[in-house]
Design a protein around this ligand. Structure first.
Ligand code: MLT
Length: 242
């Protein structure tokens, strides 16, 4: 049976992938350092540090090769694993993410957010991100549970992740060299990593399939789990990645 290593986004935890447990596969769903049950990393944490942690999770699970499924920041981590340890990757699922590094403006914003988080906690960052996570039509209880999940992040964990995202490498040159099958997914209403990002990545990765999900914003796996899970299962059936 295929193993999928799920890498969550910011500021979330592995709990964001609960709806994906219904997918017929073996799931490894770690919290990244500083989120969920994992203690915070150094404030100078990098995406490559998360990638080494992710490979360590495969070792712990006794898995030689897995499909990596990265949601947003988790996609940055998945691309880093592909760079550092391609022999551990049998397939790639990129969900609401992008391959490019931050612009200068975005990087400046991240460092401002680090100061905000260190001074005021995660609430201001959560409140500014929450409206972009789900569409305006999402049920209130879904929005509330995403808010709770984001608010459960610690300042230290969030600040370290902001540093990691701000300093991440540009992975554009990696995409044409990806030899494994890739499934690129985006919510049609994602304003954080818009469908144009997914279209660009799918065009650059040789063996890729693009799926745009209607009625979903940035957390397409939470908002439309039936559509997303179905797309993953059909893609798994088409490729042999055990
Ligand atoms: C995420 O959802 O992981 C973050 O919004 C990604 C980012 O800010 O680049």
């Amino acid at each position: 049976m295929t193993t999928i290593l799920w890498l969550h986004g910011f500021p979330l935890s592995s709990a964001v992938f609960e709806p994906q447990r219904a997918i017929a596969a073996r799931h490894v769903m770690p919290d990244l350092p500083g989120f969920g049950t994992e203690p915070p990393p150094a404030p100078t944490c990098t995406i490559d540090d998360y990638a080494r942690f992710a490979v360590g999770q495969l070792d712990r699970a006794g898995v030689q090769q897995a499909v990596l499924a990265g949601l947003s920041m988790g996609g940055y981590v998945a691309l880093s694993v592909l760079r550092l340890a391609p022999e551990r990757v049998s397939g790639l699922i990129l969900i609401d993410t992008r391959e490019t590094a931050d612009s200068e403006d975005a990087r400046r914003g991240r460092f401002e957010s680090i100061e905000t988080v260190n001074r005021d906690g995660v609430a201001p960052v959560v409140e500014s991100m929450l409206p972009k996570m789900l569409t305006a039509d999402a049920p209130p209880d879904m929005r509330e549970s995403v808010r709770r999940l984001m608010m459960s992040s610690t300042s230290k964990g969030a600040a370290a992740a902001l540093h990691a995202m701000a300093t991440r490498a540009d992975s554009s040159a990696l995409l044409p060299r990806i030899a494994v099958p890739a499934l690129v997914i985006a919510g049609e209403d994602d304003r954080v990593t818009p469908p144009a990002d997914a279209e660009r990545m799918a065009a650059a990765i040789p063996r890729s399939t693009l799926v745009l999900i209607p009625g979903a914003a940035h957390l397409s796996n939470v908002e439309q789990p039936t559509i997303l899970n179905g797309a993953v299962e059909r893609w798994l059936e088409r490729h042999s990645m055990d």
